[in-house]
Design a protein around this ligand. Sequence first.
Ligand code: NAD
Ligand code: DAU
Length: 339
Amino acid sequence: MKILVTGAAGFIGGNYVHYIVEKYPEDEVVALDKLTYAGNLETLEPVMDKIKFVKEDICNREAIFKLFEEEKFDVVVNFAAESHVDRSIEDPEVFLMTNIIGTQVLMDASRKYGVKRFHQVSTDEVYGDLPLDRPDLLFTEDMPLITSSPYSASKASADLLVEAYNRTFKLPVTISRCSNNYGPYQFPEKLIPLMISRALDDEKLPVYGKGENVRDWLHVKDHCSAIDLIVRNGKDGEVYNIGGNNERTNLEVVKTILKELGKSEDLINYVTDRPGHDLRYAIDPTKIETELGWVPEYDFDTGIKQTIQWYLDNKSWWEKIISGEYQEYYEKMYIEKGR
Ligand code: NAD
Ligand code: DAU
């Protein structure tokens, strides 16, 4: 099978490439990424000799069509996106371009060149949020899309477009909507790696509002195994929610990190809340569990300990991000060496 993975130098796309290369050595993987601020080629370095890397923008229609014509992909898994809610509040436009138009370009190319499955990696944020005082309520696939941030609105728009291409053009598609991921290679602007890296440097930890908002945490490897199952066995046109029933308040997460690192809770700094801040996310994963037999491997307590250890063992990976050095990597490895 020949797979195009977009957004492959990002957190989840990178982990997915590692997962596929290890599990299916016979598959051919083309890893595409624009290398925005969030893309880091060092994430792909351990598997670089087993894949083909293409630096490209999914919005570049001409280049994307040329690539599809040359490569004849069986499957496209679209991770490429602007993914950070706070950035979407500062500057929404690039979110609409990449997350909506980029998805459309990939689907147009998939239609023209006969891709057998287009998988859209979406998010639970398209369902809006749930109240804090109704733990019985969970997101199910049949809920309406009600969004809060420009990020979630762009992801929901893309989902609607994917469903439209399935119905109108019969493009074979699946969509997955996952809860918050954590694990190795996550960019240190997101809650968990931000708090780990700042705590290690004894810097203040900015907790929005009172830290009461709830997220449903899933280890990135469990997200990868779920997507793999959907791509191979999921039904055409279907949406699958992915989540592991690991709800925690932000404050609980931050305190766990501080405890694990042996740091004082005095580092916690309550700051102005995120505008439009979603209160609670919680996934009902019954469909993927019963229809596809997906079982997550990690519970949060074990996964977070391993993740903290990964950031301790791989300080140079995130320190280069914080210093900005990682952005010179492509230049050094590909342009200067003529690769
Ligand atoms: P990320 O920001 O770490 O990675 C995104 C990658 O996409 C980066 O490598 C970036 O360079 C690349 N990219 C951005 N614009 C591009 C463009 N125009 N063309 C090509 N590449 C481009 O994000 P992530 O956390 O790995 O998220 C991946 C996907 O999973 C996103 O679609 C996101 O909406 C979804 N998702 C994320 C989470 C989470 O908790 N992080 C949960 C559910 C769903
Ligand atoms: O639910 C899936 C989504 O999870 C994905 O679609 C997004 O791409 C991903 O970024 C993530 O969105 P969140 O907004 O939930 O993640 P973030 O790590 O930005 O924030 C997690 C929670 O922590 C949220 O309630 C805001 C809070 N927070 C975040 C940061 C960065 C803080 O309190 N302080 C911070 O500095």
